[in-house]
Design a protein around this ligand. Structure first.
Ligand SMILES: Nc1ncnc2c1ncn2[C@@H]1O[C@H](COP(=O)(O)OP(=O)(O)OP(=O)(O)O)[C@@H](O)[C@H]1O
Length: 753
């Protein structure tokens, strides 16, 4: 069966077990000021929150050279079994890598330290941001046009804002002069301009919101394109889940937050250079050089101080987002495994895990809040002090006597103008300082997305190299067999699974693959499907491989949609060509006719309900319905009938035979042999054997059939434990398994039919 990799939760559970301690949120130390909180966060956060930590730099997520061993390098040659094993020994990879850092960091107070300088505003950030901006600002992108439109509109609005800013000084003048007609004219004009300024601001807000949406859409589409790719998707989620935590969260949430942050930055800063130039000139003309000098000095001081305060925030944002992803992931898993948890009465353990994860999240959030505090303080002080500064600036020329002899009405107008101009200039600068927080958020999100992009790049290169070094060739002839020629392959952790496997899966000859747990039965299918590379040999697939070979996993994927779409999954576009008669025919073949009474009609869309409406056995039948609709040459079945009753199971194989579908079956029930003509047995140490299943064996009642591993006369090809291929040994080394019991137990029922 397809093996679920240990998740972070499993890892942490192992971690706790190893340390002999259980985290109890109730008894954990009370929250103390920032330092102790951060320490506590470090101590309880899962190790994946510290990429490359634990003093074990080889597991760093950002260091390409430390990528997991299974990856191939350009031009890597064949015969790398021993090399991959070497690599697996020297690297913290695969299953070993999961436990190693945990052993170092187990318990609650022995976590590896945060790599303080990992995420900050540096060259790497600039590189990653430029790449993201490159995606956004490509030639025909709407983002570019929105940005240009927003810039123009902001410039226009700035003109109106300046006009509004000058209105008070004109009021001072007309009021001082007691000029009533001028006052009423000014009133009308000011009302109109204020209205225009308000309208301008709301249009800018609208454009900003659309811009943020477009940014999100463009980036998400880009990530969908590079992430949801054949095989690569699988590799990220199953083999690189340690390096890239929660890619789903990065795509669904981090991009959204990045888009929102970019919107704020653009809105705040889009025309800052223009406004700063203009208001510097205006300020100079009113106050002389002292005004701009004071404001610029003030800005430089604030900018340097805020720069120092930003870097720690970038780290904190990154870790908070990781903790957020983990927390959400845990709840998704609860939903997914709700029944298993309830059956095993695991609710309290689930609660502890959820509380624990929430505690991590709260710690990282508090950590972020504390780290943002000094910056917030600086920002607030900068903006309040700015208003005082504007009066200090005009005070200088007044006290120096530059405006001596000027009428009071003119002087008050000048004071008002100067106050507005210098306040607006400091405001522009304070916006830049304020953007510091946004910039630190942006850097955090950029790191997370940058990491994902880099990992995906690396994996696609890996995939290309796999394609070059270990080709899964599609046969050029019309030969419809699947051929393994001297194939050797290992697990991602480098453990040899099968050595020198040579076999021809012929159409019309059903083959069963058997062996103890973990011996590599599913892995042979993974190699056949091109999910795993081989280190030696070749796999040759039928000419129309995609059409002729269909894989049925133990837990089929129930797609969201109509029954019609369910049936043609994954070829949704074909749904319209499926007639109602087709549906009824295949439902009957798999004994799911009762569905017709359950669903409203064949075009009614169902989402999660498919999993609720169909039991695991029925879901497996639905997978067979897809198979019977497509009628390929080969059906590759990975324990695909394990949840079915015996009668249904028998019926599925009978239908396969009637429809000329050849089965390649991985299974544990020896009873299934009766539907096959060939048996491939794996010993779990690289050895394998292939034997014919005699007619008498096929028809023997199940209670008398031998359990796997005891078939006399079988012989191994390949080297047990990685020995030279071609050695022959008897099959007796394999232990009898529980299959005998299952067999005897279920056999009676079946045989009675
Ligand atoms: N993604 C992975 N990373 C590391 N090792 C893996 C991975 N997937 C599978 N393995 C290892 O490969 C070996 C073979 O696994 P496989 O799933 O092929 O076994 P199987 O014979 O199908 O087992 P079962 O009978 O339990 O279904 C196992 O030791 C397993 O731990």
């Amino acid at each position: 069966m397809y093996r679920l990799l240990p998740t972070e939760e499993d890892a942490r559970e192992e971690d706790r077990t190893a340390s002999g301690s259980t985290f109890d949120p109730e008894s954990s130390t009370p929250r103390r000021p920032f330092q102790s909180m951060a320490q506590k966060f470090k101590s309880i956060a899962p190790s994946f929150l510290y990429p490359g930590g634990g003093g074990n730099s080889s597991s760093s997520s950002t260091n390409p050279s430390s990528w997991r061993p299974w990856s191939t390098t350009p031009g890597a040659g064949r015969n790398n079994t021993s090399r991959s094993r070497q690599r697996s020994n020297s690297n913290t990879s695969g299953r070993n890598s999961r436990s190693q850092p945990q052993q170092q960091s187990h318990g609650l107070g022995n976590q590896p330290p945060i790599k303080k300088k990992e995420y900050k505003l540096d060259r790497l950030f600039t590189k990653r941001l430029s790449r993201l901006l490159g995606i956004l600002l490509s030639k025909h992108s709407k983002v570019l046009w929105l940005y240009i439109g927003m810039t123009l509109f902001c410039c226009l609005n700035e003109g109106i804002v300046y006009y509004v800013g000058m209105i008070p000084s004109r009021y001072y003048k007309v009021l001082n002069d007691k000029d009533s007609p001028a006052f009423f004219r000014l009133l009308v004009v000011s009302l109109l301009t204020v209205f225009l300024a308000g309208f301008g601001k709301s249009v800018i807000f609208l454009m900003g919101a659309v811009l943020s949406m477009e940014v999100r859409q463009s980036l998400t589409l880009y990530f969908h394109r590079i992430y949801i790719q054949p095989k690569l998707f699988y590799r990220v989620l199953t083999m690189h889940d340690e390096e890239i935590d929660n890619p789903d969260q990065r795509i669904t949430q981090d991009i959204d937050k990045l888009a929102e942050t970019l919107r704020k930055l653009v809105e705040d800063l889009i025309i800052s250079p223009l406004s700063i130039g203009f208001y510097t000139w205006k300020c100079w003309s009113i106050t002389g050089y002292t005004g701009p000098l004071c404001i610029y000095g003030y800005f430089v001081f604030s900018a340097v101080t805020s720069r120092l305060l930003i870097n720690p925030i970038v780290d904190a944002v990154f870790f908070k987002e990781s903790a957020e992803g983990y927390f959400r992931f845990l709840h998704v898993r609860f939903r997914q495994y709700t029944e298993s948890i309830t059956f095993s009465r695991g609710e309290s353990e689930a609660k502890v895990a959820a509380d624990d994860s929430l505690e991590n999240l709260m710690c990282s959030q508090l950590n972020l809040i504390y780290k943002e505090l000094p910056l917030k303080f600086l920002q607030q002080s900068v903006s309040y002090f700015g208003s005082i500064l504007s009066y200090v600036i005009i005070a200088i020329p007044i006290f120096l006597g530059h405006y001596d002899g000027m009428p009071a009405s003119d002087l008050s107008a000048i004071i008002s103008q100067s106050a507005f101009v210098s306040m607006y200039l400091t405001y522009q600068f304070s916006q830049i300082i304020k953007s510091g927080v946004e910039l630190s958020d942006l850097a955090g999100y950029t790191s997370r997305l940058g990491q994902l992009m880099e990992a995906l790049d690396m994996l696609s290169t890996e995939m290309e190299n796999i394609a070059i070094d270990y080709p899964h060739e599609e046969s050029l002839s019309m030969d419809s067999s699947i051929r393994f020629e001297n194939v050797t392959f290992s697990t991602p952790a480098g453990e040899l699974i099968v050595s020198g496997f040579t076999h021809r899966f012929e159409a019309g000859v059903n083959t069963v693959i058997v062996g103890p747990n973990g011996s590599g039965k599913t892995s042979i299918l993974r190699v056949m499907g091109g999910l795993w590379p081989v280190s030696k040999g070749q796999v040759i697939l039928p000419h129309q491989y995609r059409k002729d070979v269909i894989f049925l996993p133990q837990t089929p994927y129930m797609t969201y949609g109509t029954l019609r779409e369910q049936l043609v999954y994954p070829h949704r576009k074909m749904a319209s060509s499926v007639t109602d008669a087709d549906i009824l025919r295949v439902l009957k073949l798999v004994r799911l006719e009762h569905l017709v009474g359950i669903i409203e009609d064949f075009d009614q869309v169902y989402t999660l309900d498919w999993n609720k409406m169909l039991s695991p056995g029925e879901q497996q039948k639905m997978a067979f319905a897809r198979l019977f609709y497509v009628k390929p040459i080969f059906a590759v079945l990975d324990e695909s009938t394990c949840s079915m009753d015996n009668t249904s199971e028998k019926e599925m194989f009978r239908q396969c035979q009637l429809l000329n579908i050849t089965c390649i079956t991985v299974c544990h029930q020896a009873s299934l042999e009766r539907y096959h003509q060939q048996r491939i047995a794996l010993d779990g140490h690289g050895g394998w054997s292939c034997t014919e299943i005699s007619v008498s064996q096929q028809q023997r009642p199940r209670s008398q059939s031998q359990p796997y591993g005891l078939g006399s006369g079988s012989s191994f090809g390949g080297g047990g434990g990685g020995g030279g291929s071609g050695t022959v040994s008897t099959f007796t080394s394999m232990e009898p398994t529980d299959d005998a019991e299952i067999d005897a137990h279920t056999g009676n029922v079946d045989d009675s039919e």
